[in-house]
Unconditional design. Structure first.
Lengths: 112, 331
């Protein structure tokens, strides 16, 4: 079976509440490496690279290890000395961006 | 000149065992590739890539493909096609080079089937210049588009755009006692602790202006002169260095300033990825390795910027590099 080579999978919209409660992970065909200037995310199926600034790179790492998107918020807020609401908004926007490009999936395999 | 050749039981001359770009090679004795290492450098039991002449098989294999091959790469100059690489997942990479012929590289890199251009006696130069680096990439090494030398047991690589002075700088260092790894492509092997640089072909090509800048006594250290090729002077290095740990990658850049050398702690990862060779190999394993090698260079703080004025004397640059290396602790 031929694998679909796309970075823009069909999205099923999720509300903020649903997304905050979801667990996300990187699919096997996506790898990332952190550099001082940015984090490079590579989709091995398509060969497409994506760059994340250092803040977004930290958020991706936090998302990978957290049980839910919401669970990643307190440590990030504490680390950056910012209000949780602001971090939550940024994290939701980033999560949607990554889901939309197929760079992360929700734990049930969905793309958000 | 006296010659000693190994023979197979049927009396034919046995295949030549060589190393290059981190590969163990077994080469048809009718094919001469200058500047490769001796077989003694090998890791015991390593599988060899076989380089052999085609007897009609190449065309048969390529004409019976089940699908249309992918044009993976084209290199043109003034609109003239100089080199192309087509890929088929079962047959491999078919490389064609103007006035050189074709080479079919198997998908696992273990076989290079050569169909030479019959009128070009230098046809085999395409093997060291393009086909072996591609085979090395397929076999798990990452080849940098860079010149390189071994200095005090450490490998130094020089990458940059065409005409940036990669070969001239390598030549200046070699004329001052370093050993040449390659003047155009160096294979890197990712290890648990850092990167190991393997020699390619130790044939150095120099433009006349650069050659003439080197005093006679230093020019003699470049090795044996070979016949000039595409207007460049060629020298075969006196020896092929053993693989050495990568100590620094210098990214050359044109500048109006005096030579400036600085470490790049925040190197742009895409500049490192863009300095690799054989971008036509796009398998998932290769893409990940390419990123891992860039990551190893960055995290090891091996990347440096070397800003160079156009026309600067390469011996002056070599002195800057040497002084920098003297101050840098061995890792």
């Amino acid at each position: 079976m031929t694998e679909e080579k796309t970075d823009t999978p069909t999205m099923v919209p999720m509300t903020d509440t649903e997304l905050l409660a979801a667990r996300v992970r990187l699919p096997q065909h996506v790898v990332h490496r952190s550099f001082v200037s940015e984090t490079v995310v590579l989709n091995l199926r398509t060969g497409k690279y994506h760059g994340l600034n250092p803040t977004a790179g930290k958020m991706l790492e936090a998302l990978e290890s957290a049980d839910t998107v919401a669970a990643a918020v307190p440590a990030l807020a504490s680390g950056y000395g910012l209000e949780q609401q602001r971090i939550r908004d940024d994290l939701l926007a980033l999560t949607r961006g990554l889901l939309g490009r197929g760079l992360i999936v929700t734990a049930d395999g969905g793309t958000g | 000149m006296a010659a000693l050749a190994e023979r197979s039981p049927d009396g034919a001359e046995a295949e030549h065992r060589r190393t290059g770009f981190g590969l163990a090679l077994s080469i048809d004795p009718r094919i001469s590739i200058a500047g490769l290492g001796d077989a003694d450098d090998l890791t015991a039991g390593e599988r060899r890539s076989r380089v052999r002449l085609d007897d009609g098989e190449l065309e048969d294999r390529w004409q019976t493909l089940s699908g249309t091959p992918l044009r993976a790469r084209e290199l043109r100059s003034d609109g003239v096609l100089l080199l192309s690489v087509d890929f088929d997942e079962h047959a491999g990479y078919l490389m064609w080079a103007l006035d050189h012929g074709r080479v079919l590289i198997s998908p696992d890199g273990l076989e290079l089937l050569c169909e030479p251009d019959p009128v070009n006696e230098d046809w085999a130069s395409i093997l060291a210049a393009q086909a072996l680096p591609l085979a090395a990439t397929v076999r798990g090494l990452e080849v940098m588009h860079a010149s390189g030398v071994v200095l005090d047991g450490r490998a130094l690589l020089f990458a940059g755009p065409p005409g940036a002075g990669k070969s001239s700088l390598a030549a200046a260092l070699v004329s001052d006692g370093a050993q040449l790894l390659s003047d155009d492509a160096v294979a890197l092997q990712l290890r648990q602790r850092g990167l190991l640089a393997h020699a390619g072909s130790v044939v150095l090509q120099l433009r006349s202006t650069e050659q003439q800048r080197l005093p006679e006594d230093r020019r003699a250290r470049l090795g044996s002169p070979l016949r000039s090729f595409t207007g460049k002077h060629r020298y075969m290095g006196p020896s092929v260095p053993a693989a050495a740990p990568l100590a620094a990658l210098f990214l050359l850049e044109r500048s109006s300033e005096q030579p400036v050398l600085e470490r790049l702690p925040a190197v742009n990862p895409f500049e490192l990825i863009g300095s690799t060779f054989n971008l036509s190999v796009r398998t998932p394993a290769r893409l990940q390795r390419q990123l891992d090698v860039a990551s190893a260079i960055a995290s090891g703080e091996l990347a440096h910027r070397l800003r160079v004025q156009p026309g600067v004397d390469a011996t002056q640059l070599a002195r800057v590099v040497r002084e920098h290396q003297t101050r840098s602790p061995a890792s």
